[in-house]
Design a protein around this ligand. Structure first.
Ligand code: AKG
Length: 289
């Protein structure tokens, strides 16, 4: 499957220099249009949209999580050529789907997601190499006011930074190191319009702050891993390599999907027995680094 939206050489250079790449208009309005009415009809997504609290940072976000993919809008988008091939180009090898989230930052009560690297957690899951990434697609505007992502530009070049526990938060960076990082690396607020894309490296330090607006902020966050980099630990069935049929870029425009939700299995974020539980709750996971 060849994407109609291949990354340009300049975009690839920018990603490796900055640790992230913002692509305005990556998806058009018609492609993302099915999601908002589906969420209006079933705001809790069959009970799977769950609030995750992070005690020390007073974070309260609503998440959907999935590690597998069906033939609904969610699963087709997870496998869309422009995301999968973009990830493979930036990682430098064929990729598979690691896990994905829909993140709702509720208006007025979200708290913040503290500065962290994603790979420091994925290393705890047993991945050896940091060449993993997340591709965000904005479903609503993401602005400074409603809690867009902030990137410390170039911070992926530090490599993996240890996660420190603080209360039941799991993603804190040692404060003296963090203060130095904030002096050294430019903080960039990545404001996005609906349909914009944002690829970011697993080691780039990022955060998102409180939603002080009157509207919820919604982002889709698809993470991919190199096929050669599957976790070496045994408790990671949900993160093991799984083959996927890559879908043509035109699939969303052509309506080549069956409903929006319902055919992609969603994690039960509140159930410690669910295979995806530790993606959202690391407080019970022994420190492995
Ligand atoms: O959606 C957000 O505001 C941030 C999410 C994030 O940083 C993450 O899931 O690693």
């Amino acid at each position: 499957m060849k994407t109609q939206h291949p990354l340009t050489p300049d975009q690839i250079v920018a990603y490796h220099r900055d640790g992230y790449l913002h692509i305005p208009g990556f998806f058009d309005a018609a492609e993302i249009a099915p999601v908002q009415p589906a969420l209006r009809d079933d705001p809790g997504v069959g009970g799977r949209l769950a609030t995750v609290h992070d005690g020390s940072a007073k974070t309260q976000h609503d998440y959907l999580g999935w590690t597998r993919h069906g033939d609904d809008w969610l699963g087709v988008t997870t496998r869309l050529a422009r995301l999968v091939e973009g990830a493979a180009t930036l990682i430098g090898e064929p990729v598979y789907h690691w896990h994905s989230k829909l993140v709702k930052k509720p208006a007025g009560k979200s708290g913040q997601v503290v500065r962290h690297q994603d790979f420091s957690g994925w290393y705890q899951d047993g991945c050896l190499m940091p060449e993993m990434l997340t591709a965000i697609v904005a479903l609503t505007p993401a602005t400074r006011e409603n809690g867009c992502l902030h990137m410390l530009r170039g911070s992926h070049k530090m490599g993996r930074v240890d996660r420190l526990r603080d209360g039941d938060a799991y993603s804190n960076i040692e404060p003296r190191r963090l203060a130095a990082m904030q002096k050294r690396f430019e903080d960039v607020a990545v404001e996005m319009a609906p349909g914009d894309g944002l690829f970011f490296h697993g080691n780039v330090v990022h955060a998102s702050f409180e939603n002080t607006s009157s509207q919820d902020r919604l982002l889709l966050e698809f993470s991919y891993n190199g096929v050669s980099n599957a976790p070496v630990f045994e408790n990671q069935d949900h993160h093991a390599f799984k083959p996927m049929t890559v879908m043509a870029d035109s699939a969303l425009r052509d309506g080549d999907f069956d409903g929006v939700f319902g055919r992609t299995p969603l994690c039960d974020i509140d159930d410690p027995r669910d295979e995806g539980y530790t993606i959202f709750h690391r407080e019970g996971v022994p420190d492995l680094n």
